[in-house]
Design a protein around this ligand. Structure first.
Ligand code: ATP
Length: 255
């Protein structure tokens, strides 16, 4: 299936999603250029996970449109989803499968042929320091190893857009470094990444572009320097900017 030509890896136009009477995402507009490493930041309850789940096709927007490399997610869900991979904040694995079997299984779901899946799976397992654990059952892996294996599964069909919800949660320093290095390498090779994090230093160091979301809307966006010009001064850290831009936004979770 040929991709419609689009300068954008991801386009969200006026996307909205409510739960009961509460608007979780309220007319969100977002554009990612191919090859961008984009951090979506916001306070608890700002609407980040809801946004990512809609992009991944796990939640249907109430309004608005989402396009992935030009493919409209509602009109052409298969074409759009083939371009992307989503990594939720909790690893989702099949406990009774061994690591290699899990990767074979996921590759099969994407229609990746056996030989390619085996070669790609080995590369990913080695890359993520999981090769020695390849015969272990998923349920016996540590949480950090499970997270890395989920990332390997997300990459097995070579997506062009990777969506990660809090990718570093629960990882020790070595595993976090490994994941950050792998992501940086993939972006250098042309992958587009959209991720959320509450670890602002990670966004500050890794992201080429940062979006701030509040009450389900994008309230500021740019490089760190552009955000400094908009919200603070040259000496401000991302934490200073984040706090001044997002303000108190305590989520009660109440509908
Ligand atoms: P956090 O940083 O705490 O993970 P977030 O920015 O990812 O927050 P969301 O999880 O998208 O925020 O939640 C946005 C709002 O939507 C919150 O008020 C939340 O309580 C509400 N919400 C999210 N999912 C549901 C759901 N399945 N049912 C009802 N309300 C929900």
């Amino acid at each position: 299936m040929s991709a419609p030509s689009s300068a954008w890896a991801l386009e969200l136009d006026n996307v909205a999603k409510g739960f009961g009477t509460k608007a979780a995402v309220a007319g969100l507009n977002l554009r990612l250029e191919a090859g961008q490493f984009y951090a979506l930041l916001g306070a608890n309850g700002a609407g980040k996970t809801t946004t990512l789940r809609m992009i991944a096709g796990l939640l249907q927007p109430d309004a608005g449109s989402i396009r992935v490399f030009g493919h409209d997610l509602a009109a052409k869900p298969m074409a759009a989803k083939q371009q992307l991979a989503f990594l939720p904040d909790e690893p989702m694995l099949y406990g009774k499968l061994r690591c290699t079997e899990y990767l074979e299984f996921v590759a099969g779901l994407w229609g990746v042929d056996g030989r390619t899946a085996e070669r790609k799976g080995e590369d990913l397992l080695r890359w993520l320091d999981l090769w020695d654990a390849r015969a272990n059952y998923c349920e016996n892996l540590s949480r950090g190893m499970q997270q890395k294996l989920t990332l390997a599964g997300a990459l097995i069909h070579e997506p062009k857009l990777l969506i990660l919800d809090e990718p570093l949660t629960g990882l020790d320093a070595a595993a976090a470094r490994k994941v950050k290095d792998v992501l940086a390498g993939l972006v250098r090779d042309g992958l587009t990444v959209l991720f959320t994090t509450h670890i602002l230093e990670v966004a500050e160091r890794m992201a080429s572009r940062i979006g701030l979301i509040r009450a389900g809307q994008l309230i500021a966006e740019g490089t760190l320097d552009e955000l400094r010009q908009q919200y603070g001064n040259v000496h401000d850290t991302l934490e200073d900017l984040f706090l001044s831009a997002t303000g108190p936004d305590t989520d009660t979770g109440a509908a």
